[in-house]
Design a binder for this molecule. Structure first.
Ligand code: NAD
Length: 344
């Protein structure tokens, strides 16, 4: 396909995508752009460092973005760069709007000036708001946007900017909105590694009070293959949902982690809900299945167990990151919404 610029490529999903692309498209050049926030980690790219070019830069810097695009002759941009932690967005909402909305618009503008062949934007199921736990409806690509939290709203703003650059300037864009990812190399602030690392330390697993709230889960490699399908066969201007139909509640995740590690259920403890804690999201991914022939390959239970084993076997990867986590999930105030404490 030529030269890809992958932003946010030192993060969880981005680094898996970089590795996947290097393995499956050895003839392509890959330029990784990442500003290395607390969530970015160059070690995630250790095994591909000799196959990529790395540029430490922020997508909020238009001059640098344009220069990187021109100097490397970039054909395709895949934008993973974002502030991604819903809880942290309650403490620093401005940073989320700066990176996720203005950063994406700045990158779009640089891509428009240079004239790239494709701009793919990685988005989330969370832009649609949440569903009742017993709802039978699913979010389709034409569902209205109803974000409820600063993270969701900032991702929604970015999606609107991407569509506007297509409709107004003819930039050849695609968007994918994906369910909750799990797998190796996910920063320990997110629920599955948070539960696993707590359990490995022998500390209680902190479950938000609405333990029945649930998510649709996807293995990170299935997500990477979906983006690959969109880049290779997707229609310019379209949005593709990436889901699996495999749901699990927060409590079921905690139970599975403890079961895999042979630890007792008594290690679960309930803490107040994070303000704005969404109940449920489920995507209708018919278009991706029927138009592009993509299907998830990983069974949730097997994939989760393999992920828990990866954390158990890779303490040297995650232990240095524990002190970099900006949020203490056990400190949200009860009662009226408001960000309150939460900071570590
Ligand atoms: P992550 O936090 O692990 O990685 C984000 C990366 O972006 C980090 O390496 C960080 O250093 C980098 N970054 C942040 N601000 C930047 C900036 N201004 N310029 C350049 N780089 C910057 O997040 P993730 O879970 O890998 O998510 C990647 C993308 O996928 C995000 O856009 C997220 O919204 C989206 N997404 C994530 C999930 C999920 O379950 N994790 C689901 C759907 C969509």
């Amino acid at each position: 396909m030529g030269t890809l610029m992958i932003t946010g490529g030192a993060g969880f999903i981005g680094s898996h995508f970089v590795r996947h692309w290097c393995d499956t498209h050895p003839g392509d050049r890959v330029v990784v752009v990442d500003s290395l926030t607390y969530a970015g980690n160059l070690r995630n790219l250790d095994d591909v460092r000799d196959r990529i070019v790395f540029e430490r830069a922020s997508i909020t810097d238009g001059t640098v973005m344009e220069s990187v695009l021109r100097s490397h002759g970039v054909d395709i941009v895949v934008n993973f760069a974002a502030e991604s932690h819903n809880s942290y967005a309650l403490l620093e909402p401005g940073q989320f709007f700066l990176t996720n909305v203005l950063g994406t618009q700045t990158l779009l503008e640089a891509a428009r000036r240079v004239g790239v062949g494709r701009f793919h934007h990685v988005s989330t199921c969370e832009v649609y708001g949440d569903l009742d736990l017993d709802a039978t409806e699913l979010f389709t690509e034409s569902s209205p946007y109803r974000p409820r939290t600063p993270y969701n709203a900032s991702k929604a703003g970015a999606d609107h900017a991407v569509r506007a650059y297509h409709e107004t300037f003819g930039l050849p864009v695609t968007i994918s909105n994906c369910a909750n990812n799990y797998g190796s190399h996910q920063f320990p602030e997110k629920v599955i590694p948070a539960f696993t690392t707590s359990a490995l330390y022998g500390k209680p697993l902190q479950l938000y009070a609405r333990t029945e709230n649930r998510r649709e889960w996807i293995h990170v490699l299935d997500h990477c293959r979906a983006i690959e399908a969109v880049l290779e066969r997707g229609q310019v201007g379209r949005t593709y949902h990436v889901g699996t139909g495999q749901e699990a509640s927060i409590e079921q995740i905690a139970d599975l982690v403890l079961d895999e590690l042979g630890l007792p259920a008594s290690m679960k403890t309930v803490v107040p809900d994070r303000p704005g804690h969404d109940r449920r999201y489920v995507l209708d991914w018919t278009t991706l299945r029927e138009e592009l022939g993509w299907r998830p390959r990983t069974d949730l239970s097997e994939g989760l167990r393999e992920t828990v084993r990866w954390y158990a076997g890779n303490r040297a990867w995650w232990e240095p990151l524990i002190d970099r986590m900006p949020v203490d999930e056990g400190r949200w105030p009860t009662g009226t919404p408001g960000a309150g404490p939460g900071a570590r």
